[in-house]
Design a protein around this ligand. Structure first.
Ligand SMILES: Nc1ncnc2c1ncn2[C@@H]1O[C@H](COP(=O)(O)OP(=O)(O)O)[C@@H](O)[C@H]1O
Ligand SMILES: [Mg+2]
Length: 325
């Protein structure tokens, strides 16, 4: 059984190894980390390719931007239906039937008390081996996400920023970014970019996320402050040009200035085609990245969906006011 530490270690080699042998680089440190053990956690029980009609998915206040058959209308990016999952080792049930649909261009926030299953949900979406899906379905861009290993999920355009970004000693940020980017290009049948070409591609992104070029030569996340780590994650997101970003507590440990910086970086990447699922238990993040929907999670379920006013009610009256019980 892989230890928690090794799961957060980014490359496909044992955590006891002192030097990365630089294998085929992953797309995102988090995803990569997971892919090391991916063969163990392919969800064989959910391998059938399925398409879920969005309308059949029960969300309290469903999106108003449903596809109406017109070519240019927003399409669902992520469709989660009755998703249940257990902790792989203990079989303890954590997710008790999650229903959620996210359309292109939408920003959603999931809020909830500590221990309500928010991180578990995001990690299950990323394909984390600590969890086993026991029921339901997840469709991403029309494909069965549960049938993909973590690296494939990343290639498909899903980006996951974990609560605690990994450090990668001995690997410079720019090398990491270039290899991640090239891994995706190779997958798409495109030619890899050399260092100079890549720098040309990267420069405007650095400006967008407000990261100084001096960061590029530093080892990935090593010695970075909390805010710098989070901004670096957003830089990875910018480079990978993911369709869907799942941001688990990107506000944790940040002061208001750093939070504003990170939020600005996230907002700068927003297009009508991509979506964000942000997970937080503080409303202040929603002041900076404005969600269309706010979902409240309790005991592994989404018990309520609304707009930002729900988050405001939560802040004023506490979780009891919005609780299912
Ligand atoms: N890998 C794991 N091993 C054991 N327990 C876990 C693991 N992951 C989550 N849990 C448990 O599942 C519950 C939900 O956790 P989590 O998803 O991290 O909640 P949240 O992110 O909402 O605070 C908690 O009781 C937590 O202790
Ligand atoms: Mg969490």
């Amino acid at each position: 059984m892989a230890s928690a530490f090794s799961l957060h270690f980014p490359f496909s080699f044992p955590s006891s190894s002192s030097h990365p042998s630089f294998p085929k680089l992953p797309l995102n440190p988090s995803i990569v980390t997971l892919s090391a053990t991916s063969s163990r956690f392919r969800h064989v029980h959910h391998s059938r390719r399925s398409r879920i009609p969005a309308a059949s998915i029960a969300v309290d206040s469903p999106s108003t931007s449903k596809s109406d058959g017109i070519e240019n209308s927003p399409k669902p990016l992520l469709e989660v239906k009755d998703l249940t999952a257990v902790i792989a080792e203990s079989k303890r049930k954590i997710l008790h039937g999650i229903n959620l649909v996210i359309y292109e261009g939408e920003v959603h926030a999931v809020m909830g008390k500590n221990g309500s299953g928010k991180s578990t949900f995001s990690k299950v979406l990323a394909g984390h081996p600590d969890y086993e899906v026991t029921g339901g379905s997840v469709v991403f861009k029309g494909e069965n996400l549960l049938d993909m290993d973590p690296e494939e999920r990343s290639h498909a355009g899903l980006f996951m920023s974990f609560q605690a970004p990994v450090e990668i000693p001995g690997v410079s940020n720019i090398d990491f970014l270039r290899m991640s980017y090239n891994a995706r290009r190779t997958k798409q049948g495109l030619k890899e970019l050399g260092p100079i070409e890549f720098y040309g591609f990267l420069s405007p992104k650095l400006a967008a996320v407000n990261i100084d070029t001096s960061f590029l030569d530093r080892n990935v996340n090593e010695g970075f402050s909390g805010g710098e780590k989070k901004r670096n994650e957003i830089l990875q997101l910018a480079v990978l040009e993911a369709d869907m970003a799942i941001l688990d507590e990107i506000d944790s440990g940040l002061d208001v200035d750093a939070l504003q910086d990170v939020a600005k970086a996230v907002n700068s990447l927003s297009t009508p085609k991509n979506s964000v699922l942000m997970i937080t238990h503080y409303r202040r993040l929603l002041d900076f990245i404005k969600p269309k929907y706010v979902h409240i999670m309790e005991d592994g379920r989404i018990i309520k969906t609304g707009d930002v006013s729900l988050a405001k009610q939560l802040e004023k009256e506490g979780y009891k006011a919005v609780s299912a019980v």
